[in-house]
Unconditional design. Structure first.
Length: 299
């Protein structure tokens, strides 16, 4: 049985943008799309009390409106919809466990130099066991593709690059599988970013540490090339560009993804007592990347 692409809907502009992105991804993957609206205030059965029936009415309206819009735009994608009378993070984590991937909307750009991921998205990402993609409210299908020679959006242009951050010291099959598959499905290039840093106490560019810097760069390049070789052989059609740079991983990754179509990062699965902690790289990507961000959990 095929796992669906699942998208969480709450009627907001960002969730509608997420649904549109999810439909395109379902089409690329040949999978059904499941729309989910969850709120603990929903009544599980019909009621004669207006205060209990109103949430059901609005949930149905949100789902029906999204289904009508998606059916018109993507008639090839099988659609289903569910309203769940449970807290949104809890319901989305459960729905995501049965999905190929879970897609959520992420709030607009804030005045503090980043995006607001939202409490529901943060809580869901921190606990779901399948890949989660966060989509901004202003994302469109044209944003996935490179602009034309005049710099204008082009719906028929090639897909923008997929960017993934890796650490050769801790290779992750789930992360690389998702990144390579995403690039293959789009016929897009894949940029693989590995950021390294000198040992504590060493200063880049100083005479005493210049040789150490050169050696560390060469070692990092060899490690990354060795890690990627089996993946290059498995995905010969994917053009891979290796980026090995000195600096903090989050900073280098965000810089590499400035013009990307999709950014892929890993998240180490942690016990529930860690709350909504997602790790510094995933946290930075969720709050600062302008393109859709895929967070892939791994052991």
């Amino acid at each position: 049985m095929l796992r669906p692409v699942v998208v969480g809907l709450d009627g907001s502009q960002e969730s509608l943008a997420a649904a549109d992105w999810a439909a395109r991804e379902a089409l690329r993957r040949g999978l059904p799309l499941r729309l989910v609206h969850a709120w603990q205030g929903l009544s599980s059965d019909a009621s004669e009390l207006p205060e209990l029936e109103a949430p059901r009415y609005w949930a149905q309206r949100i789902l029906r409106g999204a289904m009508d819009q998606l059916n018109e735009r993507y008639p090839q994608v099988p659609l289903s919809a569910d309203q769940i009378a449970r807290p949104a993070p809890e319901a989305l984590v459960e729905a995501g466990a049965e999905a190929e991937l879970l897609v959520l909307g992420s709030r607009a750009f804030s005045g503090f130099g980043g995006f607001l991921a939202g409490s529901v998205a943060l809580a869901t990402v921190a606990h779901v066991t399948r890949p989660v993609v966060l989509v901004r409210a202003d994302q469109t299908a044209e944003d996935e593709r490179t602009p034309n020679t005049e710099g204008r959006p082009s719906p028929r242009g090639p897909f923008r690059d997929v960017v993934v951050g890796v650490d050769p010291a801790h290779p992750c099959e789930e992360l690389l599988t998702f990144a390579f598959e995403s690039a293959r499905l789009r016929s897009a290039s894949l940029r693989v970013v590995h950021a390294w840093q000198l040992a504590y106490g060493q200063v880049p560019g100083t005479p005493t540490d210049t040789q150490a810097e050169v050696t560390s760069q060469a070692d990092a390049q060899r490690s990354l090339a060795s890690m990627l070789q089996p993946w290059r052989e498995k995905y010969p059609a994917v053009a891979v560009r290796e980026l090995v740079e000195h600096g903090r991983a989050a900073h280098r990754l965000l810089h590499a993804a400035q013009d990307a179509g999709l950014l892929v990062v890993g998240r180490r699965m942690r016990p529930a007592r860690f709350g909504t902690h997602t790790g510094p790289v995933a946290h930075a990507a969720m709050h600062h990347a302008r393109c859709p961000v895929a967070i892939v959990p791994h052991a």
